[in-house]
Design a protein. Sequence first.
Length: 450
Amino acid sequence: MKHKESVKMWKRALEVFPGGVNSPVRAFRSVGGDPVVIASAKGAYLTDTDDNTYLDFVNSWGPLILGHGNKKVVKALKEQSELGTSYGAVSVQEIRLGEFILKHVPHIERIRFVNSGTEAVMTALRLARGITGRYLIVKFDGCYHGHSDGMLVNAGSGLLTASGDISVASSPGIPAETAKTTLTVPLDDEQSFQKIFELYGDKIAAVIIEPLPANAGLLKQRDEFLKLVRDVTIRHGALLILDEVISGFRLGISGFAGKYGVTPDIVTYGKVIGGGLPVGAVGASREIMNHLAPAGPVYQAGTLSGNPLAMAAGLATLNAMLEKNGYDKLSDLAKYLGKEFSKLIPSALEGKGYDMTLVQEDSLFWFSFHETGAYEPVRRVDRIWNKSALIYRHLFKALLNDGVYLAPSAYEVGFLSVAMETRDIDLFLQKLAAAIRKSPTLQEMETPEA
Ligand SMILES: Cc1ncc(COP(=O)(O)O)c(C=O)c1O
């Protein structure tokens, strides 16, 4: 595979953007090597500037549930651009998408559109604080909620002892005072969660969680844990924010909450509801949402919020998913992937010194690496095997050179799209098996000079 043009373009990118990118993980830092530069995409495939094609499991990090350039979405965008690209006024497009979402998600009665998942979370947090009059937010290690100040924090040493720093910023530029307003606890840990409420319960405005954590592997939570989170928040008068930016409208039309019956106070969306254009949203009961300006005093605004192009792409995407039984197709494809993985991959792993389990939830998947024969479901980020990044880096590179585009990080999930067929899955698994076979053993990876 030649990358002459990509190399040239990447050099140009490095002269324009910090680290060459407009979002860090695109820079391939955790897998090494230079990114390929994408020129176009269609269906299940990306094409780079050298005309190489790649079967795409990133799908723009989740929004493209129908794959690239879906006909209905393109048509909706063309039609809408003739009607205007932004009005800065109430529009029929935003009403249509809003009504669609309210119709399909029983636990929300009002919605506000914003421009990204980060913005949706910021709005949800302000709303929770504005309603409760409390200032602390509880977040879980390994969950990602965008890059707003209060969401980029790690647990500090004094977290569970009420002494020392409560939380520390995980990026320079975040005031220590802001970091301290977020309490961070491990996932899957009832005791720590209850302890935090014993210590700070009357100050906690909200708990925010990805109900299906998908930003540090795919850390499927136990039902009992999620139920405890729900019960404890109710008991202490804190609001529960389910961050469904990834899972919303991907695990079915009513997201994780609809599929598993965990009812949030506030829900955040993004990705799929914009059909590939920038969108986020906050939804809740009428009572909660009526605290937002101008209905209530909690301020939030946006020049391009409810942008008609994004609304049109989102509505076309969701309609197409329903009309074409998209969710059933994705579930079937996911089952096929699981079945074929277990047929093809174990033999390729023989003698490699590591094992690999495919973790799935509908159209999301993640490779969980572990010692041979020692698989335990991973539910928290500190339980991810520390060899994972090293192994993934080898497989990622081999697959990229063979025309498969996986996320450039061992901690990111893969996304199936409706544009994929079983033959794409077959191709992927053949290439994955070949990549494993031709990659070094774990021992060789760890001692490359030997
Ligand atoms: C669960 C979750 N919340 C929030 C965000 C932030 O969304 P955005 O990147 O659109 O700001 C992301 C992004 O990946 C996410 O996965």
